[in-house]
Ligand binder design. Structure first.
Ligand code: FRU
Length: 927
């Protein structure tokens, strides 16, 4: 299946984002990668026992200065603040940080040994700095020789005290190696001087505050002492402060160790005479970094680096201090330079980053543009795809709508077809039920009536049978089950025989029926049974629509490879619409032409098509109709199973003729009816004849088989009542009713619609069209006759109302309009005594008969009487409203002489004109 283009686009976008961020991170990481690729980077862990004093700070500064020359080294610094436990923990932390080398200045020698052993055994080089540790598990020791320093101090003290005196020794932390070594070496030297007594050993633990504290506790010993030897300069400061505070023994000599440069440190104390002497104790910070770098570079290192010490006293302090200060200054300068370089490096790094960022942004912009371009293209493609899909969907939708429309049409056609079929069944059923009803109700019946009624029943039962047969045949063609059974036989003889069967009918109806053929005989492959039905149907049709004296000519011709059978008549012909739909089974018009003879034409077409032939119609309204059958010659067009050897014999008895007797369209009742004249419009000859037969006993009857013909008869005769079928060829029953009810000449005539359309909607439509009664087939004749009589009686009642002046105000619109128009014309010519019915009918646009019948129907008086009534009304008005003389009034109202006027007035109004004038038009109307 083709991947949805939108999904494709989303996947592409994801890929694009991934690639894009890969490139961006590559660009941003590029500088660090470059640095790393040139030089390996090492992490040095530095565990300091305490960073709180100047000596340790000095050690760290030295390290940092040296590190400047080793950019590959990184120092991770931890300060244990004099706590051995903290230091152990911090070393473990450093181990976890994956350091490459450990520098340790242990707080105490013994307790730190295990952790150092552990780290060393893991393969991490260890540099022990300044203080020693109770293990061999380290790489290198860097520091001054505390034994040498202890000895040097002992010798200095002996010399200074000249072999005699009292000494107080202030020791560093007992468990640290420098304190142990310094103490031992110092004690060993003094053993050589028995008169020098160490009167007190104080535990200063390397710290000024502790020293001050123990000094305060041993002030007595200090008062006695000639010299105080403290293991570092810082502790001297503490002791010194205590001694001077107590203002005792101000000549006491102080000796210390470290000899640090800088304010408040050893060298300054020496200059300030606080110290008699100090011994340089180098921190080894610089050396530690150098050796570490060496080890990490894989170069061999010594097991021990000894740092030199010197004695500093008043004799050399100046020089050393000057040198130290200079060194300090230089170191500060270096520091500043370092800082500047760092700043520059930072600036460079930041500028470089900016550059990278700018490049990245540029790349980003370009990429986004490319991406946007790609997306636009993708979207255009997707839109195009969508448009195509849309188009396809629309086409599919149209196709579905088309199919659904066709299905709907087919359903409607079928429903319509069923409705027609029902109609076709109802008429013969009426003609079976009505005579049967009559036979059953009549007490005595003549042999003649019995026979004619039974003949009607039989005829219509056969008609029903034929209809059913045709329906079944049609069903077979529809289902494709109707098989052609063609045999080769003489078509000329076959057609001639069928035509011969119609000969009697032709004579009876005075129709010139003839058969012509170019050929004497012609072998044609055809299905005799089916072709017989087709030709029989065409001839029946021709007879149905051809009047007496007309002709029906059947001709057989051969042209190229086809034979043509033509059935031509000069009957009433078809309209263009009827012609176009002649073979259409589901024709939607008012009346199906082919249904005139059942389903004949539609079925005929199916039969001819089975022969691979064709049937056509040409027709002109009023001139006649020609049906032409085309059959192909030979048997090339037939399949093997459409052919049979022996043709069935068609007996003439299969031709059930329905006697389509032409109704007498000018039929009149045998006796003058008390009710009046009825026009029957019914296209079914049998039904028309039946109705005429039943009604003519009591009414005058005129009959017509189409609405068009019926209308002419209505206008000509102005009948008193009209009975019309609804489904008629051409103009239908609703339409003719509407026409009758809207034409002022005919609007008063009651209409009965007689139809097979029994649905309530059809009835409503009929009533809307103006029908007075709607009767559905099959109907009861007695009921019809009673309905007609009721309508006539109602009409008489209405006439009575019309004949009074009252009607002019209240009656129905078209009648009122008619009477107003009639009265207005009479009034226009009222002074003209010669104004006649002839002129009045001319001005009304009606014939004299029409006017006479209409006025009679509406006012129950003749037209002359009505003219006189209008004249008299005019005279009344003049009598009432003017003083004119009788003679003037008589002439103005159109009376030839005043005497005639007076006589007539008296006759109509029971008073003379003079009496009327006297009474001022008093009540003269009596209803
Ligand atoms: C500093 C210090 C120095 C001394 C050294 C001994 O913490 O006390 O004064 O010389 O340690 O390890």
């Amino acid at each position: 299946m083709e991947m949805n283009s939108l999904n494709k686009s989303v996947i592409c976008q994801k890929q694009f984002i991934q690639i894009f961020f890969l490139i961006i991170s590559g660009i941003l990481l590029f500088p660090s990668c470059k640095e790393n690729s040139n030089q390996k980077h090492y992490k040095i862990g530095f565990s300091q026992c305490t960073g709180g004093d100047e000596w340790r700070r000095s050690m760290l500064l030295e390290m940092q200065r040296e590190l400047f020359f080793h950019p590959d080294l990184e120092l991770v610094y931890k300060d244990a603040v004099n706590s051995t436990q903290t230091q152990i923990k911090q070393i473990n932390d450093l181990m976890k940080e994956d350091i490459d080398l450990l520098i340790i200045s242990p707080n105490e020698s013994a307790p730190l040994a295990p952790v150092v052993q552990e780290i060393f055994r893991k393969g991490i080089p260890v540099i022990v700095l300044d203080r020693k540790i109770n293990t061999d598990a380290y790489s290198t020791f860097i520091g001054a020789n505390n034994i040498e320093i202890g000895k040097a101090v002992g010798n200095f003290v002996a010399k200074k005290l000249k072999g005699k005196g009292k000494v107080v020794e202030v020791l560093g932390l007992e468990s640290s190696s420098p304190a142990q070594e310094r103490h031992k070496a110092f004690s060993d030297v003094l053993k050589n001087y028995p008169e020098i007594n160490v009167i007190k050993e104080l535990q200063g633990q390397w710290e000024k505050d502790t020293a001050r504290k123990v000094a305060a506790q041993n002030i007595g010993a200090l008062q006695e002492a000639d010299l105080v030897f403290a293991h570092n300069d810082v502790m001297v400061k503490g002791i010194y402060e205590v001694c001077h505070k107590n203002s005792q023994n101000k000549n006491i000599l102080f000796v210390g160790i470290d000899g640090l440069a800088g304010p408040h440190n050893g060298l300054q104390m020496l200059e300030d005479k606080m110290l008699t002497a100090t011994f340089l104790y180098p921190t080894g910070g610089e050396e530690a970094i150098k050796v570490a770098s060496q080890i990490l570079a894989g170069k061999a290192a010594q097991r021990e680096y000894k740092l030199n010490s010197i004695q500093i006293d008043s004799s050399n302090v100046k020089g050393i201090k000057a040198q130290s200060d200079k060194l300090l200054n230089q170191q500060e300068d270096i520091q500043k330079l370092n800082t500047e370089i760092d700043t520059l490096e930072n600036t460079f790094s930041s500028e470089r980053n900016k550059l990278y960022f700018t490049i990245a942004c540029l790349f980003l912009t370009l990429s986004i543009s490319a991406w946007a371009f790609y997306l636009v293209k993708e979207k255009q493609a997707a839109n195009h795809q969508l448009a195509l899909q849309n188009e396809q969907i629309t086409l599919q939708k149209d196709a579905i709508e088309n199919i659904s429309e066709k299905a709907k049409q087919a359903t409607e056609d079928k429903l319509r077809f069923y409705s027609y079929i029902s109609h076709e069944f109802k008429t013969p059923l009426s003609l079976i039920i009505s005579p049967t009803d009559e036979l059953l109700t009549l007490k005595a019946i003549s042999q003649k009536d019995l026979k004619s009624n039974l003949q009607l029943v039989q005829k219509n039962a056969y008609r029903l049978l034929r209809l059913v047969d045709q329906l079944l045949d049609l069903r077979k063609t529809d289902a494709g089950k109707l098989l052609l059974q063609a045999a080769e036989q003489d078509l000329v003889m076959f057609v001639r025989e069928i035509v011969k069967d119609f000969q009697n009918k032709a004579i009876k109806n005075a129709i010139d029926l003839q058969f012509f053929s170019q050929e004497n005989d012609l072998k044609v492959w055809f299905d005799a049974e089916k072709l017989d039905k087709v030709i029989f149907n065409l001839l029946s049709n021709a007879f149905k629509y051809t009047p007496k004296g007309g002709f029906i000519h059947v001709q057989l011709k051969v042209k190229q490879n086809n034979v043509f059978i033509e059935v031509k008549d000069n009957g009433e012909g078809m309209s263009e619409k009827e012609k176009n739909q002649a073979f259409d089974l589901f024709y939607s018009g008012s009346k199906h032409y082919s249904l005139g003879t059942g389903l004949g034409l539609a079925l005929s077409k199916e039969f001819v098509n089975l022969h691979q032939g064709d049937i056509e119609v040409s027709s002109q309204k009023g001139e006649g109709t020609t049906f032409t059958i085309l059959l192909p010659l030979g048997d090339q067009h037939l399949t093997e199973n459409e052919k049979i050897d022996q043709a069935p014999v068609i007996s003439p008895s299969v031709h059930q003729f329905t006697e389509e007797d032409k109704p007498d369209s000018t039929l009149n009742g045998s006796q003058e009816s008390e009710y009046g004249t009825i026009l029957v419009i019914e296209d079914n000859t049998d039904l028309q004849l039946f109705l005429v037969e039943k009604l003519r006993k009591e009414f005058n009857i005129i009959a017509s088989k189409s609405a068009e013909e019926g209308w002419d008869k209505i206008i000509e005769n102005i009948p008193d009542l009209i009975i019309s079928d609804v489904m008629l060829p051409g103009i239908g029953g609703f339409e003719i009713t509407n026409r009758i009810k809207t034409d002022f000449r005919t609007s008063h005539i009651p209409v009965i619609l007689l139809t097979a359309k029994g649905h309530i909607d059809d009835q409503i439509e009929g009533i809307k069209a103006g029908a007075d009664v709607y009767l559905t087939k099959p109907f009861n004749t007695t009921y019809l006759i009673e309905t007609i009589k009721t309508l006539f009686n109602n009409r008489t009642r209405v006439q009575r109302r019309f004949s009074s002046e009252f009607l002019f105000k209240n009656e129905n619109k078209s009648e009122k309009k008619f009477l107003n128009e009639l009265t207005a014309i009479i009034e226009k010519h009222i002074a003209d005594s010669t104004f006649s019915v002839e002129r009045l009918s001319q001005e009304m646009g009606m014939s004299r008969v029409q006017l006479y019948r209409k006025v009679q129907a509406l006012l129950q008086m003749n037209v002359n009487d009505y003219i006189t009534e209008v004249r008299l009304n005019k005279a009344k008005a003049l009598l009432r409203d003017t003083d004119k003389s009788m003679a003037d009034i008589a002439f103005e109202a159109g009376f030839n002489s005043p005497a005639y006027f007076t006589t007539l007035f008296k006759q109509k109004n029971n008073q003379t004109p003079s009496e009327y004038r006297k009474n001022k038009g008093g009540t003269i109307f009596k209803n």
